[in-house]
Write a protein that binds this ligand. Structure first.
Ligand code: ATP
Length: 547
């Protein structure tokens, strides 16, 4: 089973220790049953002291070992879940952006939340399952000791039952796997629900279409597969109980007709079986949780495999170059393959050279490839063809992480973190306060030990806060994707006529994707894209606005 293999892989020694102690716990419980059977059959007022001491010893051992095995398994399983969360997060961070974009955030979120939760639920109950399994094994050993014939009959019956159940369990697992696939679509719908709430509230027909044709269909498919799968497992549970009672009836009414059994042996069987009902029920009841976790682990394994096949080298090889001379793109291309094979978008081949202290505007119509070019220049996309050079260093897989450290970027769909990550907030406090004032944010937010008091701001203010972070990062190359689009005219003016020239004066290369033709004169150079190709690359000679 995936879950057991997963725990063995997490810590082989702890698993072996847990199994050994679990076995001791099961044996103690089975020993107790044997002792109780004996005491009931030989009941008298003066039972021997050894029996009483034996009872106390076994009870204490059962208690201690069951506690110990639980502690070990809880530690082991929680550690395994922790590692799973961290590894998956690391793998996502290390994967190529193009692959992550193709996979979609809904699938990743479903894995990080649903799948890991399903595994956490299963590993929580695993200690109890192990103890119950050990008790069942111990009790079966006791039955074998009482009569090997009865043991053979009963264990053959058990094997037959398990064999017959395999089909049902496999079918149940298949249905739960389908339900898990439905979860991915549901997650996508939940994202639409939360992120598109404004649009959905404003348009009744849109809301109804979304509810009935998307959410409801996916939710009912999930309901159907889950109900079928779980019902099948519930059926297994009931049949299991029937087989159990059948076995008791067999020992009580049928076997004595063929095999001579003493009343002591008979009462011991019945007592043992009745006691076994609890652990057995416990195991069968938990089958759906274990099956779900198994499906989740399989899903995580597949995701992990495909993530690692798209993994990048994430260790920067050396400090980034503060003084560089030339950034060159040579015949660089990027292709987006569409759902339909012959509908795709190709950017390039692009040939460009940049130098420090340049203000370069990248312009072009919607869908001309500006943001794609930004992702190529910053090293987020790996070019399908062509090369990127920074001075004399070619940016290949081993240099890409290092190369990316040269950029401070504000994308149009940027994410605003709620604190200054990767920066020494204490050291930068003075600068931070200065930029807060400059960006007119000092009355809106405070920054305490690098943490912003709020990020619930207008889009324009959020972008200004992102700009503050970019300033503090102080990297050699700045890229702004339509930064000024959400700013009011006065801030737009400050951005183009003060901020950009200030960065230029510091020797930074500034690449700004923009539609603000009013400020084109600020640029040293304007690159125009059209349908993924460079239409023009023009130096601006007579600059009007100066820093
Ligand atoms: N993740 C993606 N997968 C597939 N196609 C994409 C993806 N991102 C962009 N495209 C396609 O690539 C083309 C260029 O997109 P891009 O976002 O680079 O254009 P843009 O010039 O930045 O547009 P805009 O000004 O509207 O932001 C578009 O036709 C777009 O549909």
């Amino acid at each position: 089973m995936n879950l057991i293999k997963f725990l063995f892989r997490s810590s082989f020694q702890l698993m072996i220790a847990a199994l050994a102690i679990g076995f001791l716990s099961g044996s103690s419980s089975a020993g107790l049953i044997a002792l109780i059977s004996y005491a009931v059959a030989h009941f008298s007022k003066n039972l021997p002291l050894s029996l009483i001491l034996g009872f106390a010893g076994l009870a204490l051992s059962a208690l201690l070992t069951s506690w110990l095995v639980r502690v070990i398994l809880i530690k082991l399983s929680q550690e395994a879940v922790f590692q799973l969360q961290m590894n998956l997060s690391r793998q996502i961070l290390a994967s190529e952006l193009t692959y992550l974009e193709k996979t979609g955030s809904s699938q990743l979120l479903a894995a990080l939340t649903d799948d890991i939760q399903a595994i956490a639920d299963a590993v929580y109950i695993l200690p109890f399952l192990c103890i119950n399994l050990a008790i069942i094994t111990g009790c079966f050993a006791y039955i074998a000791w009482l009569s090997w014939q009865v043991f053979l009959i009963v264990s053959s019956l058990s094997f037959l039952t398990i064999f017959a159940f395999r089909f049902l369990l496999r079918r149940g697992r298949k249905l739960l796997t389908l339900a898990r696939e439905d979860r991915d679509y549901l997650f996508q719908d939940f994202r639409t629900l939360t992120e598109g709430i404004k649009e959905l509230k404003l348009h009744e027909q849109k809301r109804q279409d979304f509810l009935q044709e998307d959410l409801q269909i996916n939710a009912s498919r999930f309901r159907h597969h889950s109900t079928e799968g779980l019902s099948l497992l519930a059926f297994t549970d009931s049949v299991g109980k029937f087989v159990f009672f059948f076995a008791i009836g067999l020992v009580l009414f049928i076997i004595p007709k063929f095999i001579v059994l003493s009343p002591l042996a008979l009462s011991s069987y019945v007592l043992t079986y009745t006691y076994l009902l609890g652990p057995f029920e416990n195991i069968v009841n938990k089958l759906p949780i274990i099956t779900k976790a198994d499906v989740a682990l399989q899903k995580l394994k597949m995701l992990g495999l495909s993530l690692s096949s798209h993994a990048e080298q994430l260790k920067p090889t050396q400090n980034y170059h503060l003084s560089w001379q030339q950034l060159k793109l040579q015949n660089v291309t990027h292709i987006y393959l569409g759902e339909i094979e012959d509908i795709h978008f190709t950017l390039g081949p692009i040939n460009l050279e940049f130098k420090p202290g340049e203000i370069v505007f990248i312009i072009g119509g919607n869908g001309s490839g500006k943001s794609t070019l930004a992702k190529l220049i910053t090293g987020l996309y790996t070019p399908e063809c062509g090369e990127i050079w920074l001075d004399k260093i070619i940016i290949d897989a081993s240099q890409r992480e290092w190369y990316r450290q040269h950029f401070s970027v504000i994308f149009s769909d940027f994410y605003l973190f709620n604190r200054l990550l990767g920066l020494d907030a204490e050291k930068l406090n003075e600068q931070t306060q200065y930029y807060l004032k400059l960006l007119k944010l000092e009355h809106k937010i405070t920054i305490n030990q690098g943490r912003f008091s709020t990020t619930s701001l207008s889009q324009g203010q959020r972008k200004r806060l992102a700009l503050l972070t970019a300033y503090l990062e102080d990297r050699p190359i700045y890229l702004f994707d339509e930064w000024a689009a959400d700013q009011d005219p006065s801030f737009k003016n400050i951005f183009y006529t003060e901020f950009l020239p200030q960065l230029k004066a510091q020797g930074k290369l500034i690449l700004a994707i923009t539609h603000d033709d009013h400020y084109f004169s600020v640029a040293d150079r304007i690159i125009k894209l059209n349908s993924g190709q460079i239409e023009s690359d023009q130096q601006i000679v007579n600059k009007i606005a100066k820093a």
